[in-house]
Design a protein around this ligand. Structure first.
Ligand code: SAH
Length: 343
């Protein structure tokens, strides 16, 4: 049995033609799965019964199952999913008044071992298939009560640009008017700075948003807390971002976790300004760190956060402060999976 969501619309049309069936059924099937949220071919009532039977013999729709679920007082819902090989992944629904953002994992585990992030603590398991990435989106969409799933951020477990082909294949279906129909500008890829992936992305005909997890503006510190910096140091990364902005004319958001006694003092702010001040269309998103087990990472005081933000603002940077959501349910960054695997 194969995951039908691994097929693009064109591939599904080909499949139908190979069975001697009209290809327009592909659009109907897409609509049943991605728009009406059906997991069961037999419920796809406008398809001929014979075709429904063939589909059910060859394919399945949903490849994961729910292993745990946590609801936050602020409406955030975190899902822990079990894949068909028993690996665990997380995805989070973050609703606000009019919209809902789905935070999606791209890999089971993570090989990048950033010091402040819980996702890497158990090492890397494997890439997710495009169908598994779409499973997460489908599940989140079908489990929203009052809101529409309007935004997708690849800020769950794993490094999206380290699973490039499967990521892009899934994003094209998330974006497609025949499927989820979520605008590319509402889809954010977050990377720890995998330069070859950023270079590929700038050549795609897709207006997706790019976030870079920066977290330190000098190479010594960044290499210590984000080992990926040893391979792709800041000078190369910023040059690559410059090229990306010139080529696409799109903004890049730099995510910067603020952690006490690490990267949140005056000199760190100065370095951050120096690093980004000549980069057109750069935005900084400050995130007070979430403490994670077995690490010294804790957030600075509110006044330190405000000082840091004001310094960047006065220096002319476009800066925002992220509101933390779902803290009461370990919603941030691999923490639910971690808790689960430790229990
Ligand atoms: N590998 C990708 C996607 C993972 S999302 C990347 O590195 O961008 C990474 C983001 O998770 C970070 O930028 C940060 O926004 C968030 N994050 C990870 N650990 C955190 C922590 N302890 N506190 C707050 N945010 C954290």
């Amino acid at each position: 049995m194969q995951d039908i969501k691994e097929l693009s619309l064109g591939e599904l049309e080909e499949k139908l033609l190979s069975w001697g069936k009209p290809k327009y059924h592909a659009r109907q099937i897409f609509s049943w799965i991605y728009q009406k949220g059906s997991y069961d071919f037999n419920s796809m009532s406008d398809l001929p019964a014979a075709l429904r039977g063939i589909l059910a013999d060859e394919f399945y729709v949903l490849g994961l199952s729910l292993a745990d679920l946590k609801k936050s007082a602020d409406g955030t819902v975190k899902f822990l999913f079990e894949l068909n090989d028993a690996n665990l992944i997380e995805a989070v629904n973050i609703p606000t008044a009019k919209r809902a953002t789905g935070c999606i994992s791209s890999q089971a585990g993570c090989k990048f071992a950033c010091e402040f992030c819980a996702s890497g603590l158990k090492g890397f398991k494997r890439n997710l298939t495009s169908g598994e990435i779409l499973d997460e989106v489908l599940y989140l969409k079908n489990n929203l009560k009052d809101a529409q799933l309007t935004h997708i951020v690849f800020m769950g477990t794993g490094e999206p640009l380290d699973n490039y082909d499967n990521l892009l294949k899934a994003i094209r279906i998330i974006n497609s008017a025949d499927a989820f129909n979520i605008g590319a500008r509402r889809i954010t890829i977050s990377t720890c700075g995998v330069i070859p992936g950023i270079k590929r992305l700038q050549e795609e005909d897709l207006q997706v948003e790019l976030s870079i997890s920066l977290h330190a503006a000098d190479d010594n510190l960044r290499s210590r807390i984000m080992p990926v910096n040893r391979k792709y140091p800041l000078g190369d990364l910023i040059k690559c971002c410059q090229e990306y902005v010139e080529r696409t004319n799109r903004q890049i958001t730099f995510e910067y976790i603020l952690a006490r006694d690490l990267n949140s003092d005056y000199s760190a702010a100065q370095k951050l300004v120096a690093l980004l001040k000549n980069l057109r269309l750069a935005k900084v998103n400050l995130i007070p760190a979430n403490p994670i087990p077995k690490s010294k990472i804790i957030p600075p005081s509110e006044s330190e956060v405000r000082l840091f933000k004001d310094y960047l603002f006065k220096a002319g940077l476009n800066v925002t402060l992220r509101k933390e959501r779902g803290q009461d349910i370990n919603a941030a960054c691999g923490q639910l999976r971690l808790k689960y695997e430790q229990d």
